[in-house]
Design a protein around this ligand. Structure first.
Ligand code: ADP
Ligand code: MG
Length: 204
């Protein structure tokens, strides 16, 4: 797969705008089980990404991911800034300039594994990993229906965090009271995956 500058710009813009346009929803989710800053945090980070859109789109995909990760680390803060920064930077390190679907799956999986290490966390703990891990698995098991499967998996796995009890991050302070709310980081992860898939569908 080789991406044109137009498609790279569209991917960056759609991911950033998806997060920014859902900032209020992400904040509301974080108000329920955290400190209410997830939407504002990510909005600040992705606005910094959008400000570099034209220079970013000229770079190789791996370099774009590293630059996005760096911007998120610098601007987002909280728990999610370093974790999303780790995801994007690690993925960027592993993605060659021209890549196959299997390269993409491997790079994304490396990013997700790095999030686990950084967060001392894993699936089932009501975090972004509850979306990122199933998405990585779907990428690895790629087949004809990949794009629509990715959308279904991203949405259903974000919803599947509702009945979970948080054991990592701020929401874990609530214990049982975290049950019944969608995890904000799981939702933001699903929004990013949906934005990538929808951009690719529109470019087919
Ligand atoms: P903070 O919790 O510091 O206010 P944010 O509100 O920006 O940071 O992000 C909260 C989200 O970060 C959570 O909803 C969860 O998905 C994710 N998160 C928090 N801690 C961890 C962790 N240890 N591992 C994975 N994800 C985590
Ligand atoms: Mg928060």
């Amino acid at each position: 797969m080789e991406l044109t500058a137009d498609l790279k710009a569209a991917l960056i813009r759609q991911v950033a705008e998806a997060v920014i346009s859902h900032a209020d929803e992400l904040t509301a989710l974080d108000q329920a089980i955290g400190d209410g800053d997830h939407g504002v945090n990510l909005k600040r980070g992705f606005e910094a990404v959008l400000a570099q859109l034209n220079t970013l789109a000229e770079k190789d995909p791996g370099e774009i991911l590293k630059a996005v990760g760096t911007a998120l680390v610098m601007k987002v803060g909280g728990a999610s800034g370093p974790l999303y920064g780790t995801l994007f930077m690690t993925m960027g390190k592993h993605l060659p300039p021209k890549f196959s679907l299997s390269d993409l799956a491997q790079a994304f999986t490396a990013g997700v594994e790095a999030v686990k290490v950084r967060g001392k966390s894993d699936v089932g703990q009501k975090t972004m990993l509850d979306v990122l891990v199933p998405v990585a698995r779907t990428l690895q098991e790629s087949n004809d229906d990949l794009l629509s499967k990715l959308k279904t998996v991203a949405e259903s796995s974000a919803h599947a965090t509702i009945p979970m009890k948080a054991v990592r991050g701020r929401a874990s302070f609530l214990g049982e009271r975290s049950v019944g709310h969608m995890d904000p980081g799981a939702r933001s992860s699903s929004l990013m995956v949906l934005a990538v898939v929808e951009t690719l569908e529109n470019h087919r």
